[in-house]
Design a protein. Structure first.
Ligand code: FE2
Ligand code: FE2
Length: 166
Protein backbone atom coordinates (compact mmCIF):
# COMPACT_ATOMS: atom_id res chain seq x y z
CA UNK A 1 0.00 0.00 0.00
CA UNK A 2 2.89 2.36 0.71
CA UNK A 3 3.73 2.57 -3.00
CA UNK A 4 0.49 4.42 -3.74
CA UNK A 5 -0.03 8.16 -3.42
CA UNK A 6 -1.59 9.54 -0.27
CA UNK A 7 -4.87 10.35 -2.05
CA UNK A 8 -5.06 6.79 -3.44
CA UNK A 9 -4.40 5.39 0.03
CA UNK A 10 -7.08 7.59 1.57
CA UNK A 11 -9.68 6.63 -1.04
CA UNK A 12 -8.67 3.00 -0.46
CA UNK A 13 -9.58 3.45 3.21
CA UNK A 14 -12.92 5.01 2.23
CA UNK A 15 -13.68 2.02 0.02
CA UNK A 16 -12.72 -0.43 2.77
CA UNK A 17 -14.91 1.36 5.34
CA UNK A 18 -17.90 1.28 2.97
CA UNK A 19 -17.31 -2.40 2.29
CA UNK A 20 -16.95 -3.11 6.00
CA UNK A 21 -20.23 -1.28 6.65
CA UNK A 22 -21.85 -3.44 3.95
CA UNK A 23 -20.67 -6.67 5.61
CA UNK A 24 -22.02 -5.45 8.97
CA UNK A 25 -25.40 -4.53 7.51
CA UNK A 26 -25.76 -7.81 5.69
CA UNK A 27 -24.85 -9.82 8.78
CA UNK A 28 -27.22 -7.84 11.02
CA UNK A 29 -30.07 -8.29 8.52
CA UNK A 30 -29.44 -12.04 8.49
CA UNK A 31 -29.38 -12.19 12.29
CA UNK A 32 -32.64 -10.22 12.55
CA UNK A 33 -34.37 -12.28 9.88
CA UNK A 34 -33.77 -15.67 11.46
CA UNK A 35 -30.96 -16.95 9.26
CA UNK A 36 -29.60 -20.51 9.30
CA UNK A 37 -26.41 -21.22 11.22
CA UNK A 38 -24.47 -21.93 8.01
CA UNK A 39 -25.49 -18.54 6.55
CA UNK A 40 -24.47 -16.79 9.75
CA UNK A 41 -21.10 -18.56 9.94
CA UNK A 42 -20.29 -17.69 6.33
CA UNK A 43 -21.09 -14.01 6.78
CA UNK A 44 -19.49 -13.75 10.20
CA UNK A 45 -16.24 -15.36 9.02
CA UNK A 46 -16.18 -13.07 5.98
CA UNK A 47 -16.62 -10.05 8.25
CA UNK A 48 -13.85 -11.23 10.62
CA UNK A 49 -11.46 -11.84 7.72
CA UNK A 50 -12.21 -8.45 6.15
CA UNK A 51 -11.95 -6.67 9.51
CA UNK A 52 -8.55 -8.18 10.35
CA UNK A 53 -7.16 -7.25 6.91
CA UNK A 54 -8.59 -3.72 7.20
CA UNK A 55 -7.09 -3.14 10.64
CA UNK A 56 -3.64 -4.19 9.36
CA UNK A 57 -3.93 -1.86 6.33
CA UNK A 58 -5.22 1.05 8.39
CA UNK A 59 -2.51 0.75 11.06
CA UNK A 60 0.19 0.65 8.34
CA UNK A 61 -1.13 3.85 6.79
CA UNK A 62 -1.55 5.57 10.14
CA UNK A 63 2.10 4.77 10.87
CA UNK A 64 3.15 5.98 7.42
CA UNK A 65 1.39 9.32 7.88
CA UNK A 66 2.50 9.83 11.48
CA UNK A 67 -0.96 9.75 13.02
CA UNK A 68 -1.31 10.88 16.60
CA UNK A 69 -2.85 8.25 18.83
CA UNK A 70 -1.81 5.24 16.76
CA UNK A 71 -1.13 3.08 19.81
CA UNK A 72 -4.54 3.72 21.34
CA UNK A 73 -6.13 3.10 17.93
CA UNK A 74 -4.29 -0.24 17.75
CA UNK A 75 -5.60 -1.15 21.20
CA UNK A 76 -9.15 -0.30 20.08
CA UNK A 77 -8.71 -2.54 17.02
CA UNK A 78 -7.49 -5.37 19.25
CA UNK A 79 -10.48 -4.98 21.60
CA UNK A 80 -12.92 -4.98 18.68
CA UNK A 81 -11.26 -8.06 17.10
CA UNK A 82 -11.25 -9.91 20.42
CA UNK A 83 -14.89 -9.02 21.09
CA UNK A 84 -15.89 -10.21 17.63
CA UNK A 85 -13.99 -13.49 18.10
CA UNK A 86 -15.60 -13.99 21.55
CA UNK A 87 -19.10 -13.33 20.21
CA UNK A 88 -18.42 -15.79 17.37
CA UNK A 89 -17.47 -18.50 19.87
CA UNK A 90 -20.59 -17.82 21.94
CA UNK A 91 -23.00 -17.89 19.04
CA UNK A 92 -21.51 -21.09 17.63
CA UNK A 93 -21.88 -22.71 21.06
CA UNK A 94 -25.42 -21.48 21.53
CA UNK A 95 -27.23 -20.43 18.38
CA UNK A 96 -30.11 -18.75 20.19
CA UNK A 97 -31.94 -15.43 20.27
CA UNK A 98 -29.92 -14.10 23.20
CA UNK A 99 -26.57 -14.54 21.43
CA UNK A 100 -27.97 -13.14 18.19
CA UNK A 101 -29.12 -10.02 20.03
CA UNK A 102 -25.71 -9.59 21.69
CA UNK A 103 -23.94 -9.84 18.34
CA UNK A 104 -26.31 -7.35 16.67
CA UNK A 105 -25.91 -4.95 19.62
CA UNK A 106 -22.11 -5.08 19.30
CA UNK A 107 -22.12 -4.72 15.50
CA UNK A 108 -24.60 -1.83 15.49
CA UNK A 109 -22.95 -0.27 18.54
CA UNK A 110 -19.20 -0.20 19.20
CA UNK A 111 -18.21 -1.77 15.90
CA UNK A 112 -20.34 0.52 13.73
CA UNK A 113 -19.30 3.56 15.78
CA UNK A 114 -15.64 2.78 15.12
CA UNK A 115 -16.23 2.57 11.35
CA UNK A 116 -17.95 5.97 11.41
CA UNK A 117 -15.19 7.54 13.53
CA UNK A 118 -12.55 6.14 11.16
CA UNK A 119 -14.39 7.47 8.11
CA UNK A 120 -14.46 10.92 9.68
CA UNK A 121 -10.79 10.70 10.67
CA UNK A 122 -9.75 9.81 7.11
CA UNK A 123 -11.65 12.69 5.55
CA UNK A 124 -9.28 13.99 2.95
CA UNK A 125 -8.92 17.67 3.86
CA UNK A 126 -8.65 17.07 7.55
CA UNK A 127 -5.97 14.42 7.19
CA UNK A 128 -3.99 16.32 4.55
CA UNK A 129 -3.74 19.39 6.76
CA UNK A 130 -2.89 17.37 9.84
CA UNK A 131 -0.30 15.41 7.89
CA UNK A 132 1.24 18.59 6.51
CA UNK A 133 1.56 20.14 9.95
CA UNK A 134 3.14 16.99 11.34
CA UNK A 135 5.64 16.82 8.48
CA UNK A 136 6.38 20.54 8.81
CA UNK A 137 7.08 20.09 12.50
CA UNK A 138 9.37 17.11 11.85
CA UNK A 139 11.20 19.05 9.13
CA UNK A 140 11.85 21.96 11.51
CA UNK A 141 12.82 19.79 14.45
CA UNK A 142 15.23 17.73 12.31
CA UNK A 143 17.22 20.93 11.73
CA UNK A 144 16.80 20.90 7.94
CA UNK A 145 16.97 24.28 6.26
CA UNK A 146 15.85 25.68 2.95
CA UNK A 147 12.42 26.10 1.44
CA UNK A 148 9.76 23.74 2.65
CA UNK A 149 8.39 21.62 -0.15
CA UNK A 150 4.70 22.02 -0.93
CA UNK A 151 2.02 19.80 -2.33
CA UNK A 152 -1.62 20.09 -3.29
CA UNK A 153 -4.35 18.36 -1.32
CA UNK A 154 -7.31 16.63 -2.95
CA UNK A 155 -9.26 19.87 -2.74
CA UNK A 156 -6.48 21.70 -4.59
CA UNK A 157 -5.23 23.54 -1.52
CA UNK A 158 -1.44 24.00 -1.48
CA UNK A 159 0.10 23.06 1.83
CA UNK A 160 3.65 22.97 3.11
CA UNK A 161 5.09 19.60 3.95
CA UNK A 162 6.97 16.60 2.64
CA UNK A 163 4.67 14.33 0.68
CA UNK A 164 6.46 11.04 1.29
CA UNK A 165 3.85 8.69 -0.15
CA UNK A 166 4.73 9.11 -3.87
FE1 FE2 B 1 -10.97 1.74 9.90
FE1 FE2 C 1 -9.77 1.98 12.97
Amino acid sequence: MEQKSMSDNISGMETQHKELGGHVKSLCNSLKNGCALSDLTGKLDKLIEFTDAHFVDEEKLMRLYGFDGLESHRRTHKLLSDSLAGLRENILDNFGEEEKKKLVAFLEGDFHDHIIEDMQAWERGEISKKFAYQRLHKHESSGQSGDMPAYATESGQIVLGVHIAD
